[in-house]
Design a protein around this ligand. Structure first.
Ligand SMILES: [Zn+2]
Length: 164
């Protein structure tokens, strides 16, 4: 795993997660999501052979996903009230703080921001937040107020919005 001196992988509410070892202000990049860019067909094979690995993949563009296996991004968990979001800058996916993150906080993002209208994957949610949606689906199924807020924060990449 690429060393991330400001982050650690620790037990959290749901398995292992990314925990901050320093505070991050809103707008600050927490880390780059590293991994291998793979086709949708490869992700489908993960679903058949290793569903955990499939779940960990990040949508990367219209036809590709980023597989973070062996990197810290494999531990990035979902929250319906996240403190970070994914921003695509050039060819990089960056995890960026959207709220103040304190030392010891788990760093989470909302998986729906990377689920296009053409992604059929969905997940039951157990994030424990008061506004938990219970089911994580495509960005296009987000409540309107949440969608507006995420768009304003710039954490729904263009290639996701273009699927809707
Ligand atoms: Zn939730």
């Amino acid at each position: 795993m690429t060393a991330e001196k400001n982050l650690a992988v620790h037990p959290v509410r749901n398995g292992l997660g990314i925990v901050a070892l320093k505070a991050f202000a809103p707008g600050v990049t927490v880390c780059r999501i590293r991994g291998e860019v793979v086709t949708a067909e490869v992700v489908w094979q993960y679903w058949d052979n290793d569903p955990r690995r499939g779940e960990n993949c990040f949508r990367y563009d219209a036809d590709h996903y980023l597989d973070p296996e062996g990197e810290i991004g494999a531990y990035a968990n979902h929250s319906c009230n996240p403190n970070a979001g994914i921003v695509k800058t050039g060819r990089r996916l960056l995890l960026r703080a959207i709220r103040p993150i304190a030392v010891g906080d788990e760093v989470t993002h909302d998986y729906s921001t990377l689920l296009g209208a053409d992604d059929v994957w969905k997940m039951r949610c157990n994030c424990g937040e008061p506004g938990c949606r219970k089911m994580v689906r495509s960005f296009s199924a987000l409540p309107a107020v949440t969608l507006r807020r995420y768009r304003r924060l710039g954490i729904i990449p263009d290639f996701i919005r273009q699927t809707g």
